[in-house]
Design a protein around this ligand. Structure first.
Ligand code: FES
Length: 157
């Protein structure tokens, strides 16, 4: 990461600390906002958050490790999760997974070279009666099929 990228992150983190405060309770919302903007929380940002909130960097990293939706490695701008639980599986989720993987040219737990999509499996979104389901970023799509999911990912920015 070059100095310009570090400065952009420093300025952003400072605005977050002004917004959420310097108490320990600010840690999670600050990390969530960094995740939202940069798609992961790089080491420099972790150090800067630790410095501004007066927390040890190890503690910042352990919070990131604890929460499933916070990441310390680069990810795609979009995350597509395919439910692989038994009911979605019965209704064709594995064929959908295969179609996505072929279309994107990546396997699961991988990110496209252009940084557009990270593909992951997930367990049950609680929408089993409308299976198969996929989660695209924060939005669940129910009763999908190969064609509908391919259209969905083609529309992603
Ligand atoms: S089994 Fe897929 S949403 Fe429940």
């Amino acid at each position: 990461m070059n100095d310009s990228e570090k400065n952009i992150r420093n300025e952003f983190i400072q605005t977050l600390v002004q917004r959420f405060g310097k108490e320990r309770t600010a840690l999670l919302p600050v990390l969530q906002e960094i995740q939202k903007k940069f798609f992961y929380i790089d080491e420099h940002s972790q150090q800067e958050v630790a410095r501004l909130l007066n927390i040890h960097p190890v503690e910042v990293n352990s919070v990131i490790s604890f929460y499933a939706f916070l990441y310390d490695k680069p990810r795609g701008r979009n995350t597509v999760r395919v439910c692989k639980n038994i009911i979605c599986n019965y209704h064709g989720s594995l064929e959908i997974a295969k179609a996505l993987s072929t279309e994107l040219g990546i396997g699961f737990n991988e990110t496209t070279k252009d940084g557009k999509v990270t593909l992951e499996y997930a367990n049950c979104f609680g929408m089993c009666d409308k299976s198969p389901s996929i989660l695209v970023n924060d939005q669940i799509h129910e009763r999908v099929n190969k064609e509908s999911v391919l259209n969905l990912i083609r529309d992603l920015k």
